[in-house]
Design a protein around this ligand. Structure first.
Ligand code: ADP
Length: 612
């Protein structure tokens, strides 16, 4: 797969990993360079210090044999070798010198290499009588040269550094003086340092070291020829010289990285530095462990890895958060869409429902109007007897007044004619009034609610039924406050309801003794109350519950629509129509309507009308 085809997540991962690797390589390389350099510098300084220390320690002794060789007392030993007191003096002298210069041993060898006087003359391990002609320091000195040499002491077994000088008589070498220094004193100062120090001879055998286990080991395996030569010199007293565990790396390079094959993990890597003494007899080496650098590198690796892990985890977290956010936004959008769809569906359903309702309402309203109309016609039918009576009476009166007028006209009694015509006019006016009222009752209402004063409505209803009350000899009392009580209503419908109630009351009182009907108007701060009270039959208890049901009637010719329509109309005006029996006798119908208050009094109102 090419990088272009890789998914974004994997591309970011690969990029992060590459960045991590690059950062790690650069950081580790830089740290290694700087640490290695500073380790090299510090160890180079340490090596120089160490070499100076060794030089100065050895330098103390370098010229002591030469100084001693010039002393007469030393020379005497060769003049009087068999004189015990002379030799005794020389022994004491060498002992005192040895003590002063803090050497290990100081001694005199004759020309055959046999010790003739020594500072250790009193010790069991005294050199006196021992022959050292095999030692190179003797061999060189007897040849007339200054010499110095490292070896294990053949008597003491201790590591010593030997400084020798020839003792001459004229130009003839007659003996050798030797000063031996104890090397373990130098070593003491080097132990406990961070780095390991070692001094090797020309065969690479360690003879001074801060590591005791490296002493008398060769850096590389020795050849047979080397072993043979070493044994001849008895430098190491013919003890076996094993080699150190294999050392990998360029030992001969001034500064190099070495790996020692030992069993300790991490601790077998060293920076190796060395320097050779001026006489090229020995080499001083420093082995500085690079474990601290390795630990630093590991720590840096750990820090960088942790840092990258942290960045990577943060990136993953941010990515997840983004993903969650996107998911949330998606879900929200989906939920919103679903909600919008539901709202749309519900709205259209609601719209359809509203339309249905409108249709039903329109149908209901028209049915209601038709019903009202039927109910009104029914009332008119009930009123027909009294109406015809009301109309027939004036008609017959008009007829007789007219007949009489003709007679008076024939007799030329014009005054009487005039009187009769005036009466006829008044009677026709009354008939026109009745007809107008009937017309008004039969007219259809538009159902609009307006602010209506209740008193005029009640008075109009009374006026319409006046003839009927009179014919049935029923007493109608109106009990109304002088303050105009106003409500929001359809005046025509309200008037027709009151007529209906009054008409029912009239019918219920046909057999009653006390024929009294009362209309009482009252109000409180919330409502206006119209009560129609009669002293008729009252309502059968069993009928009370169904009184307002459409087509409920107890009358032979009744329609049973009056009360149910009246109740519906009052409900539409936010009012109530209820019925109950009166305590004493008869029924009580109550209309209550929300009040639309007016403080004008009836009188005030009427006086204003007059003024206009
Ligand atoms: P209808 O007058 O055609 O019967 P209504 O709806 O006006 O129809 O009246 C229903 C019934 O209520 C009447 O048949 C009657 O039994 C009863 N009712 C109405 N008003 C009164 C009243 N004032 N007293 C006694 N009963 C009444």
């Amino acid at each position: 797969m090419t990088t272009n085809n890789m998914p974004l997540g994997r591309r970011i991962n690969t990029l992060c990993f590459l960045l991590y690797c690059i950062t790690l390589i650069i950081s580790l390389h830089t740290l290694w360079q700087t640490s290695y350099q500073s380790l090299q510098i510090s160890n180079q300084q340490q090596l120089e210090r160490f070499k100076r220390h060794l030089d100065s320690q050895l330098g103390h002794y370098a010229f002591i044999p030469q100084l001693l060789s010039a002393q007469d007392v030393i020379f005497n030993a060769f003049q009087y070798p068999n004189n015990p007191s002379v030799i005794d003096n020389i022994n004491k002298h060498l002992q005192s010198i040895n003590n002063i210069v803090t050497a290990s041993d100081t001694y005199l060898l004759d020309k055959h290499g046999t010790t003739i006087a020594a500072s250790n003359w009193q010790k069991d391990t005294t050199f006196i009588g021992n022959n050292f002609d095999f030692r190179p320091y003797f061999q060189d000195a007897i040849q007339g040269q200054r010499a110095q040499y490292f070896a294990l002491g053949s008597r003491s077994g201790k590591r010593g550094y030997y400084f020798s000088y020839p003792i001459k008589n004229e130009q003839l070498v007659i003996g050798v003086i030797v000063v031996k220094m104890d090397l373990s004193l130098i070593e003491k100062d080097w132990i406990g340092k961070e780095q390991d120090f070692l001094v090797t001879d020309n065969d690479g055998i360690v003879f001074i070291s801060s590591r005791a286990d490296w002493l008398f080991h060769s850096l590389k395996p020795l050849s047979e020829q080397q072993v043979r030569a070493i044994n001849n010199e008895k430098r190491y007293l013919q003890r076996p010289i094993p080699s150190l565990p294999p050392i990998y790396g360029a030992l001969d390079k001034q500064a190099s990285l070495l790996t020692l094959a030992n069993k300790r993990p991490f601790s077998n890597y060293y920076l190796s530095l060395f320097t050779v003494s001026e006489d090229k007899q020995w080499t001083v080496r420093v082995f500085a462990p690079i474990v601290p650098i390795i630990i630093e590198l590991l720590i840096l690796t750990l820090i960088i890895t942790l840092l990258y892990l942290l960045i990577y985890l943060s990136l993953i977290m941010v990515k997840q958060q983004l993903h969650r956010h996107q998911e949330q936004v998606r879900l929200e959008a989906k939920a919103k869409q679903t909600l919008e769809m539901t709202v749309l569906e519900r709205t259209s359903a609601l719209q359809a429902e509203i339309e249905e309702r409108h249709k039903a309402e329109t149908a209901l309203r028209s049915t209601q109007k038709e019903l009202i109309q039927s109910a009104k016609l029914a009332v008119l039918g009930q009123l027909s007897t009294s109406i015809s009576h009301e109309l027939n009476n004036p008609l017959s009166a008009i007829r007789s007044y007219a007949d009489n007028a003709i007679v008076y006209l024939d007799r030329d009694k014009l005054d009487n004619v005039h009187e009769n015509l005036t009466r006829i006019t008044s009677l026709t006016e009354r008939m026109a009034k009745i007809s107008a009222q009937l017309k008004s009752f039969a007219r259809k209402s538009d159902g609009e609610l307006q602010v209506v004063a209740l008193q005029p409505v009640i008075l109009a209803a009374q006026e319409l039924l006046k003839a009927q009350f009179k014919s049935q000899q029923v007493e109608l009392t109106l009990d109304m406050p002088t303050t105009f009580i106003e409500v929001k209503a359809d005046a025509i419908q309200l008037e027709q309801i009151i007529i209906n109630l009054l008409s029912n009351a009239l019918q219920s009182m046909q057999g009653s003794q006390q024929k009294q009907i009362k209309v009482r108007l009252s109000y409180n701060e919330n409502e206006a109350i119209i009560k129609v009270l009669d002293k008729g039959t009252g309502i059968d208890k069993n009928h009370l519950a169904q009184l307002f049901e459409p087509f409920f009637t107890t009358k032979k010719t009744g329609l049973g629509l009056g009360l149910s329509i009246s109740q519906q109309i009052i409900n539409n005006m936010q009012g109530k129509l209820t019925a109950q029996n009166r305590q004493e006798q008869g029924a009580e119908f109550t209309i209550s309507l929300p009040i639309y208050l007016s403080l004008k009094t009836v009188n005030e109102n009427s006086s204003k009308e007059h003024a206009q």
